[in-house]
Each structure stands twice: as structure tokens, then as C-alpha cells.
Design a protein around this ligand. Sequence first.
Ligand SMILES: [Zn+2]
Length: 488
Amino acid sequence: MAVFLYNTPHKKVQKFIPVQKGIVRMYNCGPTVYSTAHIGNFRSFVVIDLLRRVLEYQGYEVLQVMNITDVGHLTDDGDDGEDKLEVAAKKEKKHPLDIAKQYTDEFLRDWNALFLKEPLARPKATDSIPEMIVLIQKLLDTGHAYHAGGNIYFDITSFPKYGEMSGNTLDKLTHARVESDPHKRHPQDFVLWFSNSKFKNHILQWDSPWGKGYPGWHIECSAMAARWLSDAFKDGSLHEDLFETIDIHTGGEDNRFPHHECEIAQSECSLNKPYVNYWLHVRHLLVEGEKMSKSVGNIYYVHGLIQEGFSPRAIRYVLLATHYRSPLNFTKQGLVAAQKNLDKVDDLLVRLDALRAEHDYNESLGLVVREKILAIEEQLADDLNVSGALGSFFEMIKHINKEFDSLGNKQAGELVELLFDLDRLFGFIPRSVLEEESLPQDVLDILQERSLAREQKDYQKSDELRDILAEKGFIVKDTPDGQSCSRR
Ligand SMILES: [Zn+2]
């Protein structure tokens, strides 16, 4: 089945056609590891994970690379301000690389908690300095870059297509802002390599043909994308003929300009090939309708929400359930509602799994289920139409519940497998739903008390005890075989 994606520069949904049949080269702008990644950052990563699952479901091999930025990203996203890592290092009285390690570890912990698939490579900017230097040298040799005041700048007027994707074209940019850096020929020129005296206190520095210094943020992604998704840097030197155009490049909507425009300019001027065929940008996340900010105190983190008792699956569900081109309004009520939806799925799985009665095969239900699965597949392939797909999914759950009493064990078993198969797409239906696990003693005690209450038909008490278990992070289900309890 063909996959369709909204391609930012073309402003429309287009059929996805990879450069190489069956293979998708995908580069994702990753986190800058100077603080804990919040749920807004993870929204992008969950969308990318969904995209990868949809492509893999359609039979593509996805070569996914996501970088870790651990140097060069300044506080204003441009060339003013200070390196975010160095600011954090000063504040926390640590070395910038220790800061990077600390927040990379946290990032990976939350990444794994949300069932995100592991990329092919997760390169760090500080490990790709030689490739950046090679690219910058090429840009100097070909007249696209210049030395001024100790730094090296990219000359955007040397690339007439600059700004086309985001609409920030050269004619519009000329008077767009007053630049504080007097060395720039055009206010929007950007730094490829910092080595002037203003930055001499920067802790992370590398030798280069232009003196000690460190790279600008934009050149990092160009270098890492070429290095990890093609053979352009075979043997350490530049082989532009071996560079492969990247199929899909993603980022948050704020990366569109200037970051991605700068990437396009540098890469196309040094590699002489189209850089990327499909650009996908994820919209922002709001919390209770407001922008997340430290001053409002409404920044949420994956780990913090898990510690509050929300399940990682519910967090994943919320971050996934709004289409990536719409802003997502994140609320805790949303998490509770997500958990209810997941409970419906789990409940059905447990009941199907427990089904032992023999009945005839329910052909009409089989037909409905096949229809719904096809609809889910089609909807997700259509620019990740996640609300359509979740709609079909829960219609299917409703149908199965309605016909539940007519199911035989063979069909129940098949349905269990079909639901688990959809985890390949959604990533929130893990097999662990049905796994027996050893429960803590206090939970066992409550379960015993609840079983007694149910025997005595004291359903109010039974419900109260169910709520207590939920607060402890356990879900209890009533099945024909008695209670079944699992961790959320
Ligand atoms: Zn990037």
C-alpha cells in the first residue's frame, strides 16, 4: 500500500516514493542535551516512531538516524547568545560533557519508557567534528563560505534557493532584522565555525585548519546525515558522488527556519545533490491551552508523569492520538481518558484470552475485523491519519465486545494475535498485558479482600478496592475465571 505524507516545501500531501526501492533513509533532528527533554519534545519523537512503524508495516526497511546535539546550539537558535550546554554546565558547576551524558541518559530512559524503536544510529555532534570540518572546507573552496572576524560564515546569497521551504526567501530576509554581528555580509548569514575571541572561553574546542574553535549548530546535522545515511565520508574524505538524497527529514515546526533552511543550503552547496525529498514537521504541544514555560510552571516530563502514577502507555497514547500537523493540547484529564481507552483494549484481550467455550466461527465478525484492520492500515498510510485509525480501532473493539458471547476459542485466539499485531503500528498493545507476573504482597492482600467482597456481593467495596489498586498502579479485571491483575 502506498504511503502519503504532507511535504512541507510543497505544502501538500504527496505519495511517498523512496530514492531506493524498499529502503527509507530518515534523519530526525534530535535533542539538545542541556536539560531534561519534556513531553513537547517527546511528541515529535512519538510521531516519528509512528511514521517508522507505518513504513515498516508497509514493508519498507527504515534506516533511521537521530542525532544528539552536545555542542554548538546557542540559546537563541541563531548565532547570538551562548552555547546551551556551556550555560547549563556553568549553572550546575559541571563539565559540558558530563551535562551531555546526564541528559542523554535521561532522554534514553524516557525514550525506552514510551516504547520508541531504536534508531540505526544516534550520533553525537562531538563525535562528528572531522566531517563538519571537511564540509566547511568544501564550502570555503567553492565560494559559499567566507572568513570574517575569526569565524567562518555561510553566504546565503550564494544559494538563491535559500528560504524557499519556509517562505523566508532572500528578498524577504534582507531587511528582516538588524544583525548584531558586524562581520556578516548578509544579516541572515550563519556561522559554520566559531573561533573568534568572543568565544575563547568556550570549554569544548577542537583544532581546525582555521584555528581552535567549535562548530555552529546547523552544520552538525548536515554532516551527521551525510555520514550516517550514505558513504559520503568513506575513508574520512568527502565523496559527494556517494551521497544519497535523504528520503525523509523530520523536526519540530520551530526547526523549519532557520535550522532546516541552513541545512539545505550547506548540504546542497557541498554535496551537489538534492538534500532531502520529504520534510515533515511536527506542531507544538500546549498544556491546558497554554505554551509550556518555566515561568508558568506547566512543563511536564515523561518520568515525572510516570512517577505520578500515569502509565507510559497512556502518555504514549496521548502524544500519538492527535494528528502531527495539529497542535496537541496536553492535559492530565487527557491521560486519564487515554488510560480508559487502553483499559478497554486490555479488558477485551484478557477476556478473549480467557475464553474457553466452544462456539461456531463468527464469520460476520471476522469480516468486520478484517475491514477495520484494512481501514487502520489505509488511514495511517494517509499522512498518519491517526484519529481516523484510532476511530476504526475502537469501532473494531466495540464489535468484538458485542459479539463476544458467540466467539469460540479458535477465533478468540486469532483475535488476540490480530490485536497484538497492531502493536507493530501503535506501540501501545504490548504482550505484557497478558503476562502473569508476581504481584507485591499488599496488592495480593487487597485482591483477596476484594474477592471476598465480591463473593458477598458487596460491589461498592469491590469498586473501592479496585480504585485503591489503580492508585497503586495496578489494573484489576473480572473474568469468568476470577480476578486478573496486572501492572498498568
Ligand atoms: Zn538538526
